[in-house]
Write a protein that binds this ligand. Structure first.
Ligand SMILES: NC(=O)c1ccc[n+]([C@@H]2O[C@H](COP(=O)([O-])OP(=O)(O)OC[C@H]3O[C@@H](n4cnc5c(N)ncnc54)[C@H](OP(=O)(O)O)[C@@H]3O)[C@@H](O)[C@H]2O)c1
Length: 282
Protein backbone atom coordinates (compact mmCIF):
# COMPACT_ATOMS: atom_id res chain seq x y z
CA UNK A 1 0.00 0.00 0.00
CA UNK A 2 1.34 3.42 -0.97
CA UNK A 3 1.39 6.04 1.79
CA UNK A 4 0.49 9.47 0.46
CA UNK A 5 1.87 12.54 2.25
CA UNK A 6 -0.65 15.00 3.62
CA UNK A 7 -0.54 18.78 3.65
CA UNK A 8 -1.74 20.63 6.72
CA UNK A 9 -4.19 23.41 5.90
CA UNK A 10 -4.52 26.73 7.74
CA UNK A 11 -7.64 25.51 9.59
CA UNK A 12 -5.78 22.57 11.16
CA UNK A 13 -7.21 19.89 8.82
CA UNK A 14 -5.08 17.78 6.49
CA UNK A 15 -5.49 16.92 2.82
CA UNK A 16 -3.87 14.02 0.92
CA UNK A 17 -1.34 15.57 -1.43
CA UNK A 18 -2.47 13.47 -4.38
CA UNK A 19 -6.05 12.93 -5.44
CA UNK A 20 -8.06 11.97 -8.49
CA UNK A 21 -9.58 14.68 -10.72
CA UNK A 22 -12.80 14.00 -12.62
CA UNK A 23 -13.08 17.04 -14.92
CA UNK A 24 -14.16 15.98 -18.42
CA UNK A 25 -15.00 12.45 -17.33
CA UNK A 26 -18.36 11.56 -18.79
CA UNK A 27 -20.87 10.87 -15.99
CA UNK A 28 -21.39 7.39 -17.47
CA UNK A 29 -17.68 6.63 -16.98
CA UNK A 30 -17.15 8.45 -13.69
CA UNK A 31 -18.19 5.78 -11.20
CA UNK A 32 -15.95 3.19 -12.87
CA UNK A 33 -12.92 5.49 -13.11
CA UNK A 34 -13.37 6.70 -9.53
CA UNK A 35 -13.78 3.13 -8.29
CA UNK A 36 -10.56 2.21 -10.03
CA UNK A 37 -8.77 5.11 -8.37
CA UNK A 38 -10.09 4.12 -4.93
CA UNK A 39 -9.01 0.48 -5.51
CA UNK A 40 -5.50 1.66 -6.36
CA UNK A 41 -5.35 3.68 -3.16
CA UNK A 42 -6.39 7.25 -3.97
CA UNK A 43 -8.29 8.73 -1.01
CA UNK A 44 -9.03 12.20 -2.38
CA UNK A 45 -11.44 13.06 -5.21
CA UNK A 46 -11.76 16.48 -6.85
CA UNK A 47 -15.12 17.14 -8.51
CA UNK A 48 -17.37 20.15 -9.15
CA UNK A 49 -21.02 20.85 -9.83
CA UNK A 50 -19.87 22.11 -13.25
CA UNK A 51 -18.46 18.66 -14.13
CA UNK A 52 -21.92 17.08 -13.89
CA UNK A 53 -20.61 13.96 -12.16
CA UNK A 54 -20.92 14.55 -8.41
CA UNK A 55 -23.62 11.87 -8.16
CA UNK A 56 -21.37 9.23 -9.76
CA UNK A 57 -18.44 10.19 -7.51
CA UNK A 58 -20.72 9.62 -4.51
CA UNK A 59 -21.81 6.26 -5.90
CA UNK A 60 -18.22 5.10 -6.30
CA UNK A 61 -17.31 6.15 -2.76
CA UNK A 62 -20.27 4.23 -1.31
CA UNK A 63 -19.55 1.17 -3.50
CA UNK A 64 -15.92 1.13 -2.31
CA UNK A 65 -16.96 0.08 1.19
CA UNK A 66 -14.51 2.65 2.58
CA UNK A 67 -15.58 4.78 5.52
CA UNK A 68 -16.80 8.17 4.38
CA UNK A 69 -14.16 9.77 6.60
CA UNK A 70 -11.39 7.91 4.79
CA UNK A 71 -12.05 9.65 1.47
CA UNK A 72 -11.37 13.37 1.10
CA UNK A 73 -13.99 14.96 -1.18
CA UNK A 74 -13.81 18.39 -2.78
CA UNK A 75 -16.51 20.08 -4.81
CA UNK A 76 -17.04 23.61 -6.15
CA UNK A 77 -19.73 26.24 -6.49
CA UNK A 78 -20.81 26.63 -10.10
CA UNK A 79 -20.58 30.02 -11.79
CA UNK A 80 -24.32 30.63 -12.03
CA UNK A 81 -24.84 30.48 -8.26
CA UNK A 82 -22.75 33.28 -6.76
CA UNK A 83 -25.69 35.15 -5.26
CA UNK A 84 -25.99 34.14 -1.59
CA UNK A 85 -29.36 32.34 -1.75
CA UNK A 86 -28.37 30.55 -4.95
CA UNK A 87 -25.08 29.51 -3.34
CA UNK A 88 -26.94 28.05 -0.34
CA UNK A 89 -29.26 26.08 -2.63
CA UNK A 90 -26.41 24.93 -4.86
CA UNK A 91 -24.42 23.70 -1.87
CA UNK A 92 -27.39 21.63 -0.68
CA UNK A 93 -27.60 20.23 -4.22
CA UNK A 94 -23.93 19.26 -4.08
CA UNK A 95 -24.32 17.46 -0.73
CA UNK A 96 -27.40 15.68 -1.99
CA UNK A 97 -25.81 14.65 -5.33
CA UNK A 98 -22.73 13.32 -3.54
CA UNK A 99 -24.97 11.70 -0.91
CA UNK A 100 -22.90 13.07 1.98
CA UNK A 101 -23.63 15.16 5.08
CA UNK A 102 -20.48 17.22 4.62
CA UNK A 103 -17.73 17.78 2.08
CA UNK A 104 -14.10 18.01 3.13
CA UNK A 105 -13.49 21.07 0.98
CA UNK A 106 -15.80 23.42 -0.91
CA UNK A 107 -14.46 26.04 -3.32
CA UNK A 108 -15.70 29.03 -5.28
CA UNK A 109 -14.87 27.67 -8.74
CA UNK A 110 -14.09 31.02 -10.43
CA UNK A 111 -14.00 34.60 -9.05
CA UNK A 112 -15.95 36.06 -12.04
CA UNK A 113 -14.87 39.66 -11.29
CA UNK A 114 -16.75 40.98 -14.34
CA UNK A 115 -20.07 39.49 -13.17
CA UNK A 116 -22.25 40.00 -10.07
CA UNK A 117 -20.94 43.61 -9.81
CA UNK A 118 -17.55 42.14 -9.05
CA UNK A 119 -18.83 40.85 -5.72
CA UNK A 120 -17.23 37.52 -4.86
CA UNK A 121 -16.96 38.64 -1.21
CA UNK A 122 -20.63 38.04 -0.35
CA UNK A 123 -20.32 34.63 -2.04
CA UNK A 124 -17.29 33.87 0.12
CA UNK A 125 -19.22 34.87 3.25
CA UNK A 126 -21.79 32.19 2.39
CA UNK A 127 -19.01 29.61 2.24
CA UNK A 128 -18.00 30.85 5.70
CA UNK A 129 -21.50 29.83 6.86
CA UNK A 130 -20.98 26.30 5.47
CA UNK A 131 -17.75 26.02 7.40
CA UNK A 132 -19.34 27.37 10.58
CA UNK A 133 -22.21 24.85 10.41
CA UNK A 134 -19.78 21.99 9.70
CA UNK A 135 -21.16 21.01 6.29
CA UNK A 136 -17.85 22.05 4.68
CA UNK A 137 -14.90 21.01 6.83
CA UNK A 138 -12.69 23.43 4.90
CA UNK A 139 -13.44 26.20 2.42
CA UNK A 140 -11.30 27.66 -0.30
CA UNK A 141 -11.23 29.29 -3.69
CA UNK A 142 -10.19 28.43 -7.20
CA UNK A 143 -8.69 30.61 -9.90
CA UNK A 144 -8.31 33.56 -7.55
CA UNK A 145 -5.63 36.07 -8.53
CA UNK A 146 -3.60 38.01 -5.94
CA UNK A 147 -5.96 41.01 -6.08
CA UNK A 148 -8.95 38.75 -5.38
CA UNK A 149 -7.18 37.16 -2.41
CA UNK A 150 -6.18 40.54 -1.05
CA UNK A 151 -9.76 41.71 -1.19
CA UNK A 152 -10.94 38.65 0.76
CA UNK A 153 -8.18 39.29 3.31
CA UNK A 154 -9.46 42.85 3.77
CA UNK A 155 -13.20 42.18 3.79
CA UNK A 156 -13.80 38.64 5.10
CA UNK A 157 -13.08 36.68 8.27
CA UNK A 158 -11.80 33.31 7.06
CA UNK A 159 -8.62 32.99 4.99
CA UNK A 160 -9.19 30.42 2.20
CA UNK A 161 -7.57 27.09 3.07
CA UNK A 162 -6.56 26.51 -0.55
CA UNK A 163 -6.44 28.23 -3.92
CA UNK A 164 -6.83 25.80 -6.81
CA UNK A 165 -5.06 27.32 -9.82
CA UNK A 166 -3.68 26.34 -13.19
CA UNK A 167 -0.08 25.28 -12.59
CA UNK A 168 2.23 23.01 -14.60
CA UNK A 169 5.78 23.22 -16.00
CA UNK A 170 4.75 25.57 -18.83
CA UNK A 171 2.83 27.88 -16.47
CA UNK A 172 4.21 28.20 -12.96
CA UNK A 173 1.68 30.90 -12.00
CA UNK A 174 4.36 31.97 -9.56
CA UNK A 175 2.94 35.26 -8.29
CA UNK A 176 -0.28 33.58 -7.16
CA UNK A 177 1.51 30.53 -5.73
CA UNK A 178 3.97 32.69 -3.80
CA UNK A 179 1.16 34.84 -2.38
CA UNK A 180 -0.51 31.65 -1.14
CA UNK A 181 2.70 30.42 0.45
CA UNK A 182 3.25 33.73 2.21
CA UNK A 183 -0.34 33.85 3.53
CA UNK A 184 -0.93 30.23 4.56
CA UNK A 185 -3.09 29.34 1.54
CA UNK A 186 -2.15 25.91 0.13
CA UNK A 187 -1.78 25.69 -3.63
CA UNK A 188 -3.67 23.05 -5.58
CA UNK A 189 -2.33 22.68 -9.13
CA UNK A 190 -4.98 22.03 -11.77
CA UNK A 191 -4.11 20.47 -15.12
CA UNK A 192 -0.87 19.32 -13.45
CA UNK A 193 0.41 17.67 -16.64
CA UNK A 194 -1.17 20.40 -18.83
CA UNK A 195 -3.62 17.76 -20.09
CA UNK A 196 -0.66 15.86 -21.53
CA UNK A 197 0.97 18.79 -23.37
CA UNK A 198 4.18 18.79 -21.31
CA UNK A 199 4.84 15.06 -21.60
CA UNK A 200 6.79 15.23 -24.86
CA UNK A 201 9.08 18.02 -23.70
CA UNK A 202 12.72 16.88 -24.11
CA UNK A 203 13.63 18.09 -20.61
CA UNK A 204 10.88 15.91 -19.14
CA UNK A 205 11.51 12.88 -21.34
CA UNK A 206 15.25 13.19 -20.64
CA UNK A 207 14.78 13.05 -16.87
CA UNK A 208 12.18 10.27 -17.23
CA UNK A 209 14.58 8.19 -19.33
CA UNK A 210 17.42 8.61 -16.85
CA UNK A 211 15.25 7.67 -13.85
CA UNK A 212 13.33 4.93 -15.68
CA UNK A 213 10.02 6.66 -14.88
CA UNK A 214 7.31 7.94 -17.19
CA UNK A 215 7.11 11.64 -18.14
CA UNK A 216 3.83 11.98 -16.20
CA UNK A 217 5.47 10.56 -13.07
CA UNK A 218 8.34 13.03 -13.38
CA UNK A 219 5.99 16.01 -13.70
CA UNK A 220 3.74 14.87 -10.85
CA UNK A 221 6.77 14.19 -8.65
CA UNK A 222 7.97 17.73 -9.41
CA UNK A 223 4.65 19.07 -8.11
CA UNK A 224 4.89 16.89 -4.98
CA UNK A 225 8.40 18.19 -4.19
CA UNK A 226 7.17 21.77 -4.68
CA UNK A 227 4.48 20.99 -2.05
CA UNK A 228 1.53 21.53 -4.37
CA UNK A 229 -1.56 19.36 -4.09
CA UNK A 230 -2.39 17.53 -7.36
CA UNK A 231 -5.24 15.42 -8.75
CA UNK A 232 -4.41 14.21 -12.24
CA UNK A 233 -7.35 13.02 -14.31
CA UNK A 234 -7.37 9.82 -16.33
CA UNK A 235 -9.91 7.30 -17.48
CA UNK A 236 -7.12 4.85 -18.42
CA UNK A 237 -6.51 2.21 -15.72
CA UNK A 238 -2.72 1.95 -16.27
CA UNK A 239 -2.38 5.75 -16.13
CA UNK A 240 -4.50 6.02 -12.98
CA UNK A 241 -2.04 3.61 -11.36
CA UNK A 242 1.07 5.22 -12.85
CA UNK A 243 0.01 8.67 -11.64
CA UNK A 244 -0.17 7.37 -8.07
CA UNK A 245 3.26 5.72 -8.01
CA UNK A 246 5.28 8.77 -7.07
CA UNK A 247 6.67 8.02 -3.65
CA UNK A 248 9.59 5.67 -4.26
CA UNK A 249 11.84 8.08 -6.14
CA UNK A 250 13.04 11.67 -5.92
CA UNK A 251 14.08 14.39 -8.32
CA UNK A 252 17.43 16.01 -7.62
CA UNK A 253 17.65 19.80 -7.22
CA UNK A 254 19.14 20.05 -10.73
CA UNK A 255 16.12 18.22 -12.22
CA UNK A 256 13.73 20.47 -10.28
CA UNK A 257 15.52 23.56 -11.58
CA UNK A 258 15.43 22.34 -15.17
CA UNK A 259 11.67 21.76 -14.97
CA UNK A 260 11.15 25.16 -13.31
CA UNK A 261 13.03 26.60 -16.29
CA UNK A 262 10.31 25.43 -18.71
CA UNK A 263 7.95 28.18 -17.48
CA UNK A 264 6.59 30.23 -20.38
CA UNK A 265 4.80 32.79 -18.23
CA UNK A 266 1.43 33.94 -19.58
CA UNK A 267 2.15 32.21 -22.91
CA UNK A 268 2.05 28.90 -21.08
CA UNK A 269 -1.45 29.36 -19.70
CA UNK A 270 -3.89 26.93 -21.29
CA UNK A 271 -7.13 27.85 -19.58
CA UNK A 272 -8.92 31.21 -19.46
CA UNK A 273 -7.57 34.19 -17.52
CA UNK A 274 -9.48 34.48 -14.23
CA UNK A 275 -9.77 38.27 -14.55
CA UNK A 276 -11.78 37.86 -17.75
CA UNK A 277 -13.49 34.48 -17.48
CA UNK A 278 -17.26 35.03 -17.37
CA UNK A 279 -18.80 31.74 -18.44
CA UNK A 280 -22.09 30.66 -16.93
CA UNK A 281 -23.06 27.12 -17.95
CA UNK A 282 -26.63 26.93 -19.25
N1 LIG B 1 -10.59 24.58 -10.77
C1 LIG B 1 -10.53 24.57 -12.09
O1 LIG B 1 -10.90 25.56 -12.74
C2 LIG B 1 -10.01 23.36 -12.78
C3 LIG B 1 -9.75 23.40 -14.16
C4 LIG B 1 -9.24 22.25 -14.76
C5 LIG B 1 -9.01 21.11 -14.00
N2 LIG B 1 -9.31 21.09 -12.67
C6 LIG B 1 -9.08 19.88 -11.83
O2 LIG B 1 -7.78 19.37 -12.09
C7 LIG B 1 -7.90 18.02 -12.52
C8 LIG B 1 -6.78 17.65 -13.47
O3 LIG B 1 -6.71 18.55 -14.56
P1 LIG B 1 -7.12 18.17 -16.06
O4 LIG B 1 -8.12 17.09 -16.01
O5 LIG B 1 -7.50 19.42 -16.76
O6 LIG B 1 -5.78 17.71 -16.73
P2 LIG B 1 -4.52 16.77 -16.40
O7 LIG B 1 -4.76 15.95 -15.20
O8 LIG B 1 -3.32 17.66 -16.46
O9 LIG B 1 -4.47 15.85 -17.71
C9 LIG B 1 -5.49 14.95 -18.04
C10 LIG B 1 -5.20 14.42 -19.47
O10 LIG B 1 -3.93 13.77 -19.50
C11 LIG B 1 -4.09 12.40 -19.87
N3 LIG B 1 -3.23 11.63 -18.95
C12 LIG B 1 -3.44 11.41 -17.63
N4 LIG B 1 -2.45 10.68 -17.09
C13 LIG B 1 -1.58 10.43 -18.10
C14 LIG B 1 -0.37 9.71 -18.18
N5 LIG B 1 0.14 9.09 -17.11
N6 LIG B 1 0.27 9.64 -19.38
C15 LIG B 1 -0.24 10.27 -20.46
N7 LIG B 1 -1.40 10.97 -20.45
C16 LIG B 1 -2.07 11.04 -19.29
C17 LIG B 1 -5.57 12.07 -19.69
O11 LIG B 1 -5.98 11.11 -20.66
P3 LIG B 1 -6.96 9.86 -20.36
O12 LIG B 1 -8.03 10.31 -19.41
O13 LIG B 1 -7.50 9.54 -21.73
O14 LIG B 1 -6.11 8.76 -19.78
C18 LIG B 1 -6.23 13.42 -19.95
O15 LIG B 1 -6.36 13.64 -21.34
C19 LIG B 1 -9.30 17.97 -13.14
O16 LIG B 1 -9.78 16.65 -13.34
C20 LIG B 1 -10.07 18.77 -12.13
O17 LIG B 1 -10.34 17.99 -10.98
C21 LIG B 1 -9.79 22.21 -12.06
Amino acid sequence: MITVPTIELNDGTTIPQIGFGVFQIDPAETAEATSRALEIGYRHIDTAEMYGNEREVGEAIRASGLDRDDVYVTSKLNNGYHRPDDARRAFEGTLSALGVDAVDLFLIHWPLPTLYDGDYVSTWKVLEEFKADGRARSIGVSNFEVAHLERLAAEADVVPAVNQIELHPYFLNEEVRAYGEAHGIATEAWSPIAQGDVLDDPVITGIAGRLDRTPAQVVLRWHIQRESIVFPKSVTPERIRENFELFDFELEPGDMDQIDGLDRGERGRRGPHPDRFAYIPS
